[in-house]
Design a protein. Structure first.
Length: 235
């Protein structure tokens, strides 16, 4: 599915990713954990070709993404939910969803739209409302929905539970689990909420200072590992 091989990224003269290698297999939910500034978001943006890499390779379903431009990646079946639940504030909810549906037919969009409304009914109620006037939780729903509307094979999610009340965190977990169970799709999840990652992921990578420091299956993770690499334990 996704294979990142020994990539290096320099930003502003600083080495941000230092020989990072990760893999996401078909149908897996893989967590990417680490302290702030570890390089997690940079890795996602590198996969999406939003920032250049100095060296290394990124393969998606056998396609060398390092030879692709940023606008070509979503058309290959890669969805992205950015950090901060960012939306287009001056566009309506429906217009935001259309922005995530570039490259799919009108009939397919309408079908997917109804599926999205079934997941997030409030978005149907708010479909004519400017996205900038939504609550934080509603912006989260819209940000996820915009990433899902094209029915991506691989979904990259950057801190989806950040700043959310517990009920909405549960909704995030439900969406990730349902996507895997019903569609067999893969997700690469950057997450600060350790409990979320431990509940929904099959495997995790832990990053620190631009390097992968730990890799393992969820059942192998213990509090000593989390304390050593992140400074927290399970709750």
């Amino acid at each position: 599915m996704l294979k990142v091989e020994n990539i290096y990224v320099n930003l502003g003269g600083a080495l941000v990713l230092n020989g990072v290698s990760i893999e996401v297999k078909d149908g897996e939910v893989v967590g990417l954990l680490g302290r702030n500034g570890a390089g997690k978001t940079t890795l996602l943006r590198s996969i999406l070709r939003l920032i250049p890499i100095a060296s290394g390779k990124i393969y998606y379903n056998g396609v060398d993404l390092t030879k692709k431009k940023a606008h070509e990646v979503p058309r290959l079946g890669v969805g992205y939910m950015p950090q901060g639940h960012r939306v287009f504030p001056r566009l309506t909810v429906l217009e935001n969803l259309k922005m995530g549906a570039l490259g799919i037919s009108n009939s397919e969009f309408e079908k997917r739209l109804e599926e999205i409304y079934n997941i997030f009914p409030v978005l149907k109620e708010r479909r004519k409302q400017l996205a900038g006037t939504l609550s934080g939780g509603e912006r989260m729903m819209l940000s996820i929905a915009r990433a899902l509307i094209s029915n991506p094979i691989l979904l990259l999610m950057d801190e989806p539970s950040e700043g959310l009340m517990p009920a909405l965190v549960d909704k995030v977990k439900e969406v990730i689990k349902d996507r895997k169970r019903k569609e067999g799709c893969s997700t690469l999840l950057v997450e600060q909420n350790i409990d979320v990652a431990l509940e929904v992921c099959d495997r995790i990578y832990i990053m620190d200072k631009g390097c992968i420091k730990y890799e393992g299956r969820i059942e192998e993770i213990n509090k000593e590992v989390l304390l050593k690499h992140i400074g927290v334990t399970r709750t």
